[in-house]
Write a protein that binds this ligand. Structure first.
Ligand code: SF4
Ligand code: SF4
Length: 420
């Protein structure tokens, strides 16, 4: 692995090597006032769209195709469409899978920095060598104008308190990344009238923290975002700002503000075949030859299927070993309420590698969305291990069907004709 082959961090390589972004991270933990996530993550500062969101296993199937079709890919990155660490399970699992299968690849991440802290040790162990943090201000007065909220743990903080926490986490992350010898880039979005007079101060601070390169990116007005009516900075203003910043820290001049699903040489558009493959990998129940390896469970304690989907803040994920033993894989946080049907669409994406969801109760909307995504929904009472085993073996789960459901059996696809 030659780290100098990263086309974004080494301008000489921009026309030689390409990168592929795996769009596995749909959620975000902050709201930047220049972003409308119907369009995309602007961590990399371009309001494009990702054609699809992939689960980690879907992303692997897609990556295999991309690496066969597109030559000279040296970097696999995760840059949204939300924030990688608002989706840490998907992000870390994808990185682990890529590192295991393609040890020669440069691994890269772009994040707002809020949630990366607990993962830095493992990222360094996996040799994730390049990380970008979008940091737009170091002054609380200015910073609080840039964000509407910051979700920190279970608390949602307003602009002032939120920025304080965000900045603290960003600075901590940069220091720790540098301690671990991770090449660190900072993206700073130049927003006219908000932080355009403040970039020099950011550059000075980033130089002090030994950040490797600063990418001053012109703001792009995003329809639907709070800053939709602010105009893009002029080219001459951007040049002047970069010139001043360059007195402190090396600058990136060739950023293309890429999509969260960008593939190939910087600036080249994704071909139709790539886009079609992305859709295919996101939708197919059998992912490019690999059956869905997991079962998701709503449980209060990880022993019984005893939680209703609407109440479940997280789902337990189980797999089956070659010897038939059921094993616990991880927990995945469920999308927060408040976004209507989008919540269930996000859930469906999140469970893209699961063949079934076992719950104590579920509403019609999520059931319909999951059915469309070919995820079996089973309403049960009982031991997780027993139920998961039955699902993996293709056996009936009638003996565990919830009594209230049995009485009006029209929902459980495994309940059979004789039920009730
Ligand atoms: Fe949008 Fe990225 Fe900001 Fe989240 S971090 S609000 S996805 S630009
Ligand atoms: Fe590289 Fe900029 Fe594209 Fe990110 S957005 S992949 S830094 S060119």
């Amino acid at each position: 692995m030659d780290l100098a082959n990263h086309p974004c961090f080494n301008a000489k390589m921009r026309g030689v090597y390409g990168r592929v972004h795996l769009p596995v991270a749909p959620r975000c933990n902050i709201q930047c006032n220049y972003c409308d996530r119907k369009y995309d993550c602007v961590n990399e500062s371009r309001p494009g769209v990702t054609s699809a969101v992939l689960s980690p296993h879907q992303a692997m199937a897609y990556l295999e195709y991309v690496l066969e079709e597109v030559k000279n890919i040296s970097v696999v990155g995760i840059a949204g469409p939300g924030d990688p660490f608002a989706n840490p399970d998907e992000t870390m699992e994808t990185l682990r899978l890529v590192r295991e299968k393609y040890p020669e690849m440069i691994l890269c991440l772009a994040t707002n920095g809020l949630g990366i802290g607990p993962y830095i040790d493992e990222l360094a162990e996996m040799n994730v060598s390049h990380v970008t943090i979008t940091l737009n201000a170091i002054d609380p007065e200015i910073g609080s104008k840039l964000y509407s909220f910051v979700r920190h743990g279970k608390r949602v903080l307003g602009p002032k308190d939120g920025f304080k926490v965000l900045l603290e986490k960003q600075l901590e992350a940069i220091i720790r990344l540098k301690e671990k010898n991770v090449t660190t880039k900072v993206n700073t979005i130049i927003v006219p009238g908000i932080n355009d007079g403040h970039i020099e101060a950011v550059a000075e601070k980033m130089a002090e923290l030994k950040v490797d390169i600063l990418n001053c990116i012109p703001f792009f007005p995003n329809e639907g975002a709070k800053f939709a009516n602010i105009e893009e900075p002029s080219k001459s203003d951007v040049t002047e700002i970069r010139k001043k910043a360059a007195e402190y820290i090396p600058q990136m001049y060739h950023c293309k503000r890429c999509r969260a699903d960008a593939v190939g040489i910087l600036g080249q558009e994704n071909g139709c075949q790539i886009n079609e493959k992305l859709q295919e990998c996101a939708e197919l129940p059998v992912i490019c030859g690999e059956t869905r390896p997991y079962v998701a469970v709503a449980s209060q304690e990880g022993v019984l299927v005893n939680q209703k989907l609407g109440k479940a803040e997280e789902l337990y994920i189980y797999g089956r070993r070659d010897n038939g033993k059921i094993y616990f894989v991880e927990t995945r946080k469920t999308p927060e309420p408040g976004s209507g049907m989008q919540r269930w669409e996000d859930l469906g994406q999140m469970l893209g590698d699961c063949r079934a969801l076992l719950v104590a109760g579920i509403g019609d909307n999520p059931r319909m969305v999951l059915k469309k995504k070919k995820i079996d929904v089973l309403e049960l009472d009982g031991m997780i291990e027993e139920a998961a085993e039955a699902v993996f073996e293709g056996h009936s789960t009638n003996f565990m069907v919830r009594r209230d459901i049995k009485a009006c059996n029209h929902r459980n696809p495994m309940a059979g004709m004789g039920c009730g």
